[in-house]
Design a protein around this ligand. Structure first.
Ligand code: SF4
Length: 380
């Protein structure tokens, strides 16, 4: 499988916990799109032998763009690249800007999957983390999406947030599952250095739930979502059967993807070499270098076979179904159960991993201690 990721770096206002490359637009959108389109056109001849299965327009907030922009973006992607018919085309949306008009544009552009950033249905929690939307905005966005015929809708939610307890988190999950959404991504807050929330927490102005409380929220959420018919297919992702996100599954299968836009990352096999690179995260560099006809690429790395194998294990074990032994064997000419026999033996003793004829995967205990489990593969 092969995917394309397009980064839209604009947000109306920065959320207090956010360290993504995103910022207010302040008159930059037109310049950004001139650069983005020249980037696509530069890649077009290099990608002509590939057929892409998924597109993910992420951010930032793609729905805060000017009217017609997403439609033009998808058109340009289709002009530059071969995108499979019936490809999964996801667009991220924030509740306050996912208006009926905007979602109609997305539908007409061919977007097949919406991913709406709710984070919490508790107004107090939303305020504490600096979100600019309300629960009502989210409800209106979902209603608009349904009325326009979107049948594959994700909600992003978070736990471990200020003012949040298990009941408040479960209330959010009750809301999104009650609306019949097909996919839930639920991440624990990571307190990133340099963010306003980090400063507030360190200065004692804001308190976070303690790690035990956050772990309790996570456990309660996993149990609730299973009961509601959502399969946990990756550590933080839950889907109704058949609605797993193909674009993200490709990441966890260590598949190929092309990143476009500011700070986007790519992993591609180029002339036989597994290669990773990223774009600059500096807006002016991105726009200026493309203006001069250059790709704003940084940190190109040819990945050695051993490292590519380790990446494939590390990413694959994020999925509950783990790593396919057959796919691994076809890719590397070696069975992962043999390649990593010492690490697997240790993890079996710790009761963290299971190996079947088809695959190796972390069980629930292994998922709970995933970092420790992956260290065994690294140390081997
Ligand atoms: S909407 Fe998303 S990308 Fe934008 S500031 Fe908030 S968390 Fe960051």
């Amino acid at each position: 499988m092969q995917g394309i990721y397009v980064h839209i770096p604009f947000c109306k206002r920065k959320c207090r916990y956010c360290d993504f490359v995103s910022f207010p637009e302040n008159g930059r959108e037109d310049f950004y799109f001139v650069a983005l389109i020249s980037e696509m056109r530069k890649y077009a001849p290099l990608m002509k032998d590939r057929v892409f299965d998924t597109v993910f327009i992420g951010g930032g907030t793609p729905t805060c763009l000017k009217p017609g922009r997403i439609k033009a973006l998808v058109n340009e992607l289709e002009n530059c690249f071969s995108i499979r018919e019936n490809a999964e085309i996801t667009c991220e949306a924030n509740p306050e800007s996912a208006t009926c008009e905007k979602l109609k544009e997305l539908k007409e552009a061919g977007v097949t999957r919406l991913s709406i950033g709710l984070q919490s249905a508790d107004e107090g929690v939303l305020k504490a983390i600096g979100r600019i939307h309300t629960k009502e905005d989210f409800l209106s966005a979902v209603e608009a999406a349904k009325s326009l015929g979107f049948t594959n809708v994700n909600a992003d939610v978070m736990h471990g947030l200020p003012l949040q307890d298990t009941e408040s988190y479960l209330e959010t999950l009750r809301l999104v599952t009650g609306l019949g959404l097909t996919h839930i991504s639920s991440y624990a807050l990571i307190l990133e250095e340099g963010t306003p929330l980090y400063e507030d927490v360190n200065a004692g102005r804001v308190a976070l739930p303690d790690p035990d409380e956050t772990a309790d929220m996570e456990d309660a959420g996993i149990a609730f979502l299973a009961e509601a018919g959502y399969r946990r297919y990756e550590i933080s992702n839950f889907a109704k059967p058949g609605f797993e996100c193909l674009h993200n599954l490709n990441y966890w299968d260590n598949g190929e993807y092309l990143g476009l836009g500011l700070n986007s990352h790519s992993a591609l096999r180029l002339k036989g070499d597994w290669t990773r690179f990223n774009n600059t995260e500096v807006y002016a560099e991105y726009v200026n270098e493309l203006g001069e006809g250059k790709l704003p690429v940084r940190n190109t790395q040819r990945i050695e076979r051993d490292e590519e194998m380790f990446e494939t294990i590390m990413l694959g074990l994020r999925k509950t179904e783990g790593v396919s032994r057959k796919a691994f064997l076809e890719r590397f000419g070696v069975d992962p159960a043999e390649q990593y026999a010492p690490a697997i033996a240790e993890l079996e003793l710790d009761g963290m991993i299971e190996v079947t004829e088809e695959r190796l995967f972390l069980n629930r205990r292994g998922m709970d201690f995933q970092n420790e489990a992956l260290l065994k593969f690294m140390d081997q």
